[in-house]
Design a protein around this ligand. Structure first.
Ligand code: GLN
Length: 257
């Protein structure tokens, strides 16, 4: 029964999101670099996570960047973006190199020990990606003793580590894992649904299994104790939802091919 529900949920998501892809880009700019006298707020991210953050030429763009721009606007600051490995984000935040993390980062109890989170802004899950001609792996129970690619330090990494006898190969970018899957070096990849969907829309050799391994929620992380910034971010998120801007972004980034 649970499996059937998962399949229905995944199928609904696939339908709703059919066609999201790299063309969901826009003509945004990152406002990188210092401006005359204006306060600067620094967003840390890992631009390997379409459609939340990815590169378009030199620019980092995506759903999270659009939200970050609104946060900067609210604070009367100029947005600067620092692109780094996912695992480097929390240390960079703690060291004061960045002011907040907008990186499709899921709220976890473990992370809450080191950062404060805004309210959640997007529901997410981990999914399994295999080659379309793979008939052997149909769900998490078939991953035992398999070679699985993950993105280092992510909730997908954590989830895969729990699988009995599996060999986990950690990559700095989900895309690199997909490439190794395509080259038969991996049996499966565990990744967040949206980027998985994005990669699958551009690669007809891979498929996403209709099973959700986790239920997660993305939020923006700030340094512990920075309540002022959490409040400002939550206000921005609320305002974006009320004004319809949030839905517009969802439409723009998740529903185009
Ligand atoms: N949502 C996942 C996590 O928080 C992956 C995020 C990412 O790779 N940018 O671990």
């Amino acid at each position: 029964m649970k499996k059937i529900i998962s399949i229905i949920i995944a199928a609904t998501m696939l339908f709703a999101l059919a066609g999201c892809g790299k063309d969901a880009a826009n003509n945004s700019s990152n406002n990188q670099g210092a401006a005359d006298g204006k306060k600067i707020i620094v967003m840390g991210t890992n631009a390997e996570f379409p459609p939340f953050e990815y590169r378009e030429g030199e620019k980092v763009v995506g759903f999270d960047v659009e939200i970050a721009k609104k946060i900067a606007e609210k604070l009367g600051a100029e947005l600067q973006i620092e692109d780094m490995t996912f695992g480097g984000l929390i240390p960079a935040l703690e060291a004061g190199k960045i002011d907040f993390i907008a990186a499709g980062m899921s709220i976890t109890e473990e992370r809450k020990k080191n950062v404060d989170f805004s309210n959640g802004y997007y529901k997410a899950s981990q999914v399994i990606i295999t080659l379309k001609d793979n008939t052997e792996i149909n769900g998490p129970e078939d991953l035992e003793n398999k070679t699985i690619g993950v993105q280092l330090g992510t909730t997908g990494d954590e989830e895969a580590q729990k699988i009995q006898g599996a060999e986990i190969i950690q990559f700095n970018a989900g895309y690199a894992a997909i490439m190794d899957l395509q080259n038969d070096k991996l049996d499966a990849v565990v990744l967040d649904y949206e980027p998985a969907r994005n990669f699958a829309s551009q690669n007809d050799k891979i498929q996403i299994l209709p099973v959700e391994l986790t239920q997660e929620e993305y939020a923006i992380a700030v340094r512990k104790g920075n309540q002022e910034l959490v409040d400002a971010i939550n206000t921005v998120l609320e305002e974006m939802k009320e004004s319809g801007e949030y839905d517009k972004l969802v439409e723009e980034y998740f529903s185009k091919e």
